[in-house]
Design a protein around this ligand. Structure first.
Ligand SMILES: Nc1ncnc2c1ncn2[C@@H]1O[C@H](COP(=O)(O)OP(=O)(O)OP(=O)(O)O)[C@@H](O)[C@H]1O
Length: 307
């Protein structure tokens, strides 16, 4: 049985965002599920930050409509109070110390949890009196992460928040995010290129490529939905023909293909004499992004595969 869709925290309907001659988002429609963690994925320049800027009222779309909690977010203080946007490489006023940045955030966000902020400061080993301009890159990112978590905003967006953060600090972020989210469910959108690191956190995946949505699915349905098969070229081609071919590489008489399985298909790649590997989220995202880039060549690639 298909689960009932979650209510929407935000809806994006037919949104195009144009910068002079460049189309950053092209007729994008999606729903940001309420009280879920959505991964916003895509290659450099795909349009992730632009989408976040629209959701947070930092920009107005060229056309289409954005609603957050049922209303357009631009210049609407009631909606904006419910949104926390942690930007990549966030800057703070020159004269601020770490504790000033947190005190300022405490004034802005109605659900600010000072205890959580203090415990995160310890976790990330941040000296409260150090001027923010003297922080290392990773420490600066940690300030943003602390604000994003302690704000407990109903809609929290983290735009690639890890600049300079080491692996231990990133793991701390994931752990604290999950623990606090479990106790205080809210809507979280997280953009990242470190897909495998966050795959287990995600409940929904939105993949954008060159301004267009290429995948918008709940994470559970994606698990186990794709395979990488390898073997003789004709057998790979025969198997791929019954599914959705995302990406293929051919070397002499052998091929390797990433395929998205058709839900109703009952053929078995192993029985067809192919080597089979489960495709993880990162591999799926890479294959789908490459397919989008190579879209026009895919039919001929299938032909090429079967020759
Ligand atoms: N103010 C602007 N003026 C002109 N072009 C812009 C502007 N802002 C963004 N763009 C362009 O829009 C496209 C999408 O940019 P965006 O920052 O949304 O990508 P992104 O997916 O966040 O990329 P990254 O992963 O590299 O951060 C890019 O081609 C970018 O150059």
């Amino acid at each position: 049985m298909t689960p009932a869709p979650l209510p929407a925290a935000a809806t994006v309907s037919g949104v195009t965002m144009r910068f002079r001659n460049h189309v950053a988002l092209d007729d994008v429609s999606t729903v940001v599920a309420q009280d879920a963690i959505t991964g916003l994925l895509g290659r450099n320049g795909a349009g992730k930050t632009t989408l976040m800027q629209l959701l947070t009222g930092h920009r107005v779309p060229t056309s289409g409509r954005v609603e957050v909690f049922g209303r357009p977010p631009y210049e609407d203080d009631d909606v904006l109070r419910d949104i926390c946007f942690v930007k990549e490489g966030q800057r703070y006023p020159e004269q601020f110390r770490v504790k000033d940045a947190l005190s300022a955030a405490a004034l802005v966000f109605p659900s600010w949890d000072a205890e959580l902020a203090a415990s995160l400061m310890e976790d990330f080993d941040l000296p409260p009196k150090r001027p923010v301009k003297k922080l290392s890159r990773g420490m600066n990112s940690a300030v943003g992460i602390i604000i994003g978590l302690a704000a407990r905003a109903p809609l929290t967006l983290f735009d690639e928040p890890y600049l300079g953060l080491d692996a231990v600090a990133r793991q701390l972020f994931y752990d604290r995010l999950l623990a606090d989210y479990a106790e205080h469910p809210r809507t979280i959108v997280l953009s990242t290129h470190l897909i495998e690191e966050i795959a287990a956190l995600l409940e929904h995946v939105l993949l954008i490529d060159r301004g267009r949505v290429v995948l918008d699915a709940d994470a559970e349905s994606l698990r186990g939905s794709a395979l990488t098969v390898a073997g003789p070229r004709d057998r790979v081609a025969a198997f791929a023909a019954g599914h959705e071919l995302l990406h293929t590489e051919t070397l002499g008489a052998s091929s390797r293909a990433v395929v998205r399985l058709r839900p109703d298909a009952d053929d078995d790649a192993a029985a067809a004499g192919l080597s089979v590997e489960q495709t993880n989220l990162q591999q799926l995202v890479v294959a789908m992004s490459l397919r989008s880039t190579e879209a026009s060549t895919i039919p001929s690639r299938l032909e090429e595969l079967s020759r």
